[in-house]
Design a protein around this ligand. Structure first.
Ligand SMILES: [Zn+2]
Length: 431
């Protein structure tokens, strides 16, 4: 094949959003500068999360920097890019010539802002919030989730750093959202329709993220099951707490929000409806819950190449393997050259976009070897991410080198996300 003689339109085009960790600033008061705007109470439910920082290093700046480098590399495989240059990068990773695809890349946010810049702005977090929010005149604006969905991407790559992590979370860790069926098993358990915890302990997902050590992973799982179905967390004794975390799917502009005026019904939290506060009688019905049970969400979040976590987990692990492969090829062994275990919960980003979401904690700022890799190898990390993204769409045979964490190189079958004539599940999210 001679790609240079072919019209670019003959190559499939995929859309990617690079979503660089956090951005914006945590400022008080929360009533003005928060995130997680709850349209029922018309208040922010959370302080704005500006991300990890340690010893002068800031997550939001580093992941933004890496994202720009990824975008620069991927530009060469965009429809008007210099594909020869991109092919030269691929040659480092494979002996074959992978099928040509075109990738159009965007970023989910603007550059990071400093404290000084934040102080000068009326709403420094405009453009950085995850959920929709009112501007100073009270007009609702789109948060990052809504913006991402309106770009209708096939893949969202969320890049994060943490300050520190639990001791069993070393190397690079995927962040994945459990599928409906598993959460529904938890609901049945809470309702005593199910005896025993085998459904949990015999499942790769049964290693839930612990918010703190005050509860076991299983109790945190039950807490998150309650939050997922009702918006309400649990007390330690599993009674329903008075706190409310919002109806997250109604805090995003997309196809799956409840019908206009839902707030006037929801505020009564009537028993045996989808707005009940109690997991015992909540009824998960309506567009969002149909989505959660759909086959497309199973593809994204269940089973798949890794045996769990669906295409989201596979995409995250592949990109991690390509990053590690890139470091290995450039002789940048950092003592934690392995794929780490996943953080499993009901995370916001992977639940509330229709795109495949590769969400990765790349490094921990308190760990010296991780800081070294960030300081010396941003280009290598970016190249691994870019090649990994390409491989997910095109498929490629990585060169067989004596490296334990070789990427699988298998492409994701995107056709299974087709909804109807030329329309895909990724297009569906956009309202
Ligand atoms: Zn983060």
């Amino acid at each position: 094949m001679m790609p240079s003689l072919m019209n670019d339109r003959e190559f499939p085009v995929y859309r990617v959003v690079l979503d660089p960790g956090h951005g914006g600033r945590c400022k008080s008061p929360m009533s003005r500068h928060g995130d997680r705007y709850n349209t029922l109470s018309k208040t922010y439910l959370d302080n704005f999360k500006e991300g990890a920082s340690f010893a002068g290093l800031e997550e939001n700046q580093i992941v933004y920097d890496i994202s720009l480098r990824v975008r620069r590399i991927l530009k060469n495989c965009s429809p008007d890019g210099d594909y020869k240059k991109f092919a030269a990068v691929l040659k480092k990773y494979t002996d074959e010539e992978p099928d040509r695809v075109n990738i159009v890349t965007s970023l989910s946010r603007k550059k990071s802002i400093s404290d000084a810049e934040a102080d000068a702005l009326e709403d420094p977090n405009a453009g950085y919030r995850l959920f929709d929010y009112p501007d100073r005149r009270g007009i609702m604006r789109e948060g990052r989730l809504s913006k991402i969905n309106s770009l209708r991407p096939n893949l969202v790559v969320s890049l994060h750093l943490a300050t520190d992590g639990p001791s069993d979370y070393i190397a690079m860790n995927p962040v994945i959202a459990a599928p409906y069926d598993f959460l529904n098993e938890g609901l049945k358990y809470l309702r005593r329709e199910k005896k025993g915890r085998a459904f949990y302990s015999n499942n790769r997902l049964g290693d839930w993220f612990c918010e703190s050590h005050r509860r076991s992973d299983f109790e945190w799982f039950l807490n998150d099951v309650s939050v997922y179905f009702t918006g309400c967390p649990l007390e330690k004794d599993r009674s329903v707490s008075g706190k409310f975390k919002g109806y997250r799917h109604n805090m995003v502009s997309w196809k799956y929000t409840d019908n206009r005026g839902w707030e006037s019904v929801a505020r009564f939290h009537q028993e045996n409806t989808r707005y009940s506060r109690n997991y015992m009688d909540v009824v998960p019905d309506g567009r969002f819950w149909d989505r959660e049970r759909s086959k497309y969400e199973k593809y994204r979040r269940d089973g798949g190449e890794e045996g769990f976590g669906g295409d989201n987990a596979y995409a995250a692990y592949e990109i991690i393997r390509y990053m590690l492969f890139s470091l290995y090829k450039n002789r940048r062994d950092y003592g934690a050259m392995k794929t780490g275990k996943p953080y499993i919960s009901i995370w916001i980003m992977p639940v509330h976009v229709n795109a495949i979401n590769a969400y990765i904690e790349i490094a921990y700022l308190r760990r010296r070897r991780d800081r070294n890799i960030l300081a010396t190898s941003k280009n290598e990390l970016a190249e691994g991410i870019a090649v990994g993204i390409y491989s997910l769409f095109s498929g490629m045979n990585p060169r067989k080198e004596p490296f334990t964490y070789l990427p699988k190189g298998k492409k994701i079958d995107m056709r299974k996300y087709d909804v109807s004539d030329g329309r895909s599940y990724f297009d569906e999210a956009d309202d």
